[in-house]
Design a protein around this ligand. Structure first.
Ligand code: UD1
Ligand code: CA
Length: 449
């Protein structure tokens, strides 16, 4: 069965009080739009159409960043949710199969819920996703008997009796593409808001002799983001669920409430994550690795048996092989650390390849940036980089080589060589006490004047 997704994302989101389109605000290090698309992607849609309006260029960029095949249509001006869906009609005119309408500002609908809606299409021409609201507020109300849906009434247009109904409209709707566009074309705007309401398709379907039905889901799935407070709520809800899932999957979280996950964080079984760890996008941690407290990781891969932190920053392009040890106040960026490499303390490793079992001394820096371009540092196997070595890239240090502490390495070091790149030490006997006596005399003279 082929499925087309239509994702509504044209609204300004006035109540966000922001220059940024609402659907581009982040939860778990990803725009709201990506959350909505993630649920839809599980259905393996043949077409994805995003309806953009406010900030259309940025919204389009975010849509295609998620899926190159996503198509974007512009809705200008924004005359309501049915008008928004109608903008997708020219693109999907010949689309066979099902169409599902999602909202870009509703991030938590589960794929299983969308699958249940597709199943319900066997019984109804139009299927709407509803939920029992603890506080129905301004949601549209579903007028239904059992799973048989008569119509949807918007809060603004509802009578007191209708407002007392707690079965509410999530906004997600499913029908055959043909039925959906036929019905949407008939929607008018004679209502309290003067808008073209997508919700009117239910009544129109029934007038045409088609049946409409409700599938329900938990209210937590339908959380819509309209304000910064709701954005914070959505973040908290995501994190609560991600922590519970990690624990369920056999990950130890010492202080779960202090660990923050991204939409795509993957952590293997028996990994241990200490307190106050933040995962940005694109992190995978293999089974049995340990991330100690106060680490910040993004775009990196940590292999089995590796230990990281406390207080380490692992940035995009960092690959830590098995049994690598990265200690405190170490930053790693765009670098491959082979098996057993140790970087214990106070170090910056950027744009580098480090061979297996090499030890990097405290205070080492790969000087990768000349102010214009970035350059790579290559270090072989079993090398020993002395403390406070400056590796001025591009530079190569061979297998089993050693650099003396405090060296500034500007030339390649051959395998098995010792490189000394620092001034030779000179000792002047007695000069320390003479110098101190002189300085004290100067201070005393100043005190008198
Ligand atoms: C809508 C539903 C309401 C439901 C609620 C759930 C209608 C008429 N009402 O109301 O029954 O309970 O969602 O959250 O559908 N959008 C466009 N173009 C437009 C208007 C909206 O793309 O012209 C997009 C918005 O960006 C947003 C979504 O559609 O992502 C919903 O629009 P919004 O104005 O928030 O609808 P509600 O009034 O909340
Ligand atoms: Ca809304």
């Amino acid at each position: 069965m082929s499925v087309s997704l239509i994702v509504l994302a044209a609204g300004l989101g006035t109540r966000m009080n922001s220059d940024r389109p609402k659907v581009l605000h982040s939860v778990a290090a990803a725009p709201l739009l990506h959350h909505a698309l993630t649920a839809g992607r599980a259905l393996e849609p043949s077409r994805i159409v995003v309806v953009a309006g406010h900030g259309a260029d940025e919204v389009a960029a975010a849509a295609t960043a998620f899926d190159e095949a996503a198509e974007v249509v512009i809705q200008e001006p924004q005359l309501g949710t049915a008008h928004a869906v109608a903008q997708a009609a020219p693109l999907l005119a010949d689309a066979a199969g099902e169409a599902i309408v999602l909202y870009g500002d509703t991030p938590f609908i589960r794929p299983e819920t969308l699958a249940a809606m597709l199943d319900a299409r066997a019984r109804h021409a139009v299927v709407v996703l509803g939920f029992q609201a603890r506080d129905p507020g301004r949601y549209g109300r579903l007028i239904a008997t059992g799973d048989d849906l008569q119509r949807i009434v918007e809060y603004k247009d509802a009578t007191e009796a209708e407002r007392a109904i707690t079965l509410c409209n999530s906004g997600v709707i499913c029908a055959s593409a043909k039925t959906l566009f036929d019905l949407v074309a008939q929607v008018g705007n004679a209502n309290a808001a003067g808008e073209y309401y997508l919700t009117d398709v239910v009544e129109l379907a029934r007038k045409a002799g088609l049946s409409a039905g409700v599938v329900t889901c938990d209210e937590s799935e339908t959380l819509g983001v309209n304000t910064r407070a709701q954005l914070a709520e959505a973040e908290a809800a995501f994190q609560t669920r991600a922590r519970a899932e990690a624990l369920e999957n056999g990950v130890t979280l010492t202080a779960p409430e202090t660990v923050f996950f991204a939409i795509d964080t993957y952590i293997g079984r028996d990994a241990i994550i200490g307190p106050n760890v933040l995962f940005g996008p694109g992190v995978t941690i293999e089974s049995g690795a340990e991330v100690k407290g106060f680490c910040h990781l993004e775009g990196c891969h940590i292999s089995r048996g590796a230990t990281v932190g406390p207080f380490a920053r692992i940035r995009p392009g960092a690959e830590l092989a098995e049994d690598v040890h990265v200690g405190n106040f170490v930053e790693i960026k765009n670098a491959i650390l082979d098996e057993g490499v140790k970087v214990g303390h106070l170090t910056y490793i950027g744009d580098a390849d480090i061979g297996e079992f090499t030890n990097i001394g405290a205070g080492t820096v790969t000087c990768n940036y000349d102010g214009v371009m970035k350059h790579r540092t290559r270090i072989g196997k079993r090398a020993f980089i002395g403390s406070d070595t400056m590796l001025v890239a591009p530079v190569t240090v061979g297998d089993d080589a050693l650099t003396a502490s405090g060296s500034v390495i500007t030339e390649d070091v051959p395998a098995e060589a010792l490189a000394l790149g620092r001034a030779k030490q000179i000792n002047k006997p007695g000069l320390a006490t003479k110098l101190m006596a002189k300085l004290r005399a100067i201070k005393a003279a100043k005190g008198k004047s």
